[in-house]
Design a binder for this molecule. Sequence first.
Ligand SMILES: [Zn+2]
Length: 116
Amino acid sequence: MTRTPEEWADFLHTSHEDWSDGLLQEQMIEDMRELLGAIEDLAYQFAYDGRAGTITTGGLSALETAFACLGWDDPHPLPDAMLCEEPGCHERATCGTPTEKGYRTTCSKHAPRRKP
Ligand SMILES: [Zn+2]
């Protein structure tokens, strides 16, 4: 069972008797991991592209809160897997293109072109 953040807040403010229950702590840790994973996914999807392979909050308070929850600096570097495969390019990969040499993940500028 996954508790919502509100349910966790209620639990944390009303019950301290069950803390000796290791299963409850494991469930809470699992829920926190799931919540942080969701926050991370949202930050990667909605944060603004910054310079040289980074994302930034752009001063948007919701993103600032998300970055703070994740312990990220602003700007935050994108993982290599999210960057264009073209050597020397630091743009976010936005295109996936099947080619004769395999699948290429690139920015739009470096996306392989289809043969006419
Ligand atoms: Zn590129």
